[in-house]
Design a protein around this ligand. Sequence first.
Ligand code: T3D
Length: 263
Amino acid sequence: MNSKTVLTHVEEGVATVTLNRPERLNAFTAEMSTALISAMAAFSADDTVRVLVLNAAGRGFCAGQDLSDEGVAPGSGAVDLGRTLENYYIPLIETITSMPKPVICAVNGVAAGAGASLALACDLVVAARSAFFLQPFANISLLPDAGGTYFLPRALGTPLALGYAMTGERLPAERAAALGMIWKCVADEELATTTAQLAKQLARSAPLALKAIKAAMRSSETRSLGEALRYERDQQRMLGQTKDYAEGVRAFVEKRSARFVGA
Ligand code: T3D
């Protein structure tokens, strides 16, 4: 994990991954996408890491695909955007959504195009009040990608998803929070501390429960109520036999904080 465009740092079970192309508002190049996927996949597999935080350097979060990158810019050779999606965005989004641990996204500024989709793929999104979400795809005659057509209607409902995708109107962080698209909107100067506190809280929480919650919520739309009830039964049966369940109940009875080990 050695890249100038994606920085990483691990402390007390929290891995922080930072997009680092501030001069281009952290727009995705092939190099940055590869480095990001590689960092995400490595932390996903690392049992010492309980929570991931994705944040960004500079004044923007991510301006989506770098439109001047080779293979994407019209006139720079053969353009096959399907290949870019296949090689970079599909693996990236699936790595985040299938990761067996929470991913927190701190949106410090504009999240546009695939940058907005990247944020929405994360489990908990905290945004600074000055940040905004943007679907600029139609401006360049594209449709939302990197999961945009999946996440937006689910987060906003079809009417608003259509409106933002068709008009490219800015969705300010405060309104995104009010609409339920993101977890929280906080004052700009509180973004780092709010994110760090949330990460610490989740890093102390029960890893197997967080893994099960994420998997269950992310796949819930594929199940009927009857299937959901039975899926919960099976998961709860498994969780109820873990050391962490015994520890959680013991800690409650003894009026102390639980020490979860992920087993
Ligand atoms: O398969 C595929 O590859 C297709 C996948 C597509 C996925 C997508 O994400 S498509 C959508 C791509 N993104 C955009 O269309 C957004 C383009 N950017 C903007 O509309 C604006 O930059 C923003 C609204 C995001 C921010 O505006 P502002 O005024 O705050 O900043 P700016 O001055 O426009 O940008 C600062 C610099 O970043 C500037 O460079 P300069 O002039 O200082 O040298 C600008 O050109 C650069 N930049 C911003 N976005 C991109 C970019 N450079 C390359 N690609 C970008 N997407």
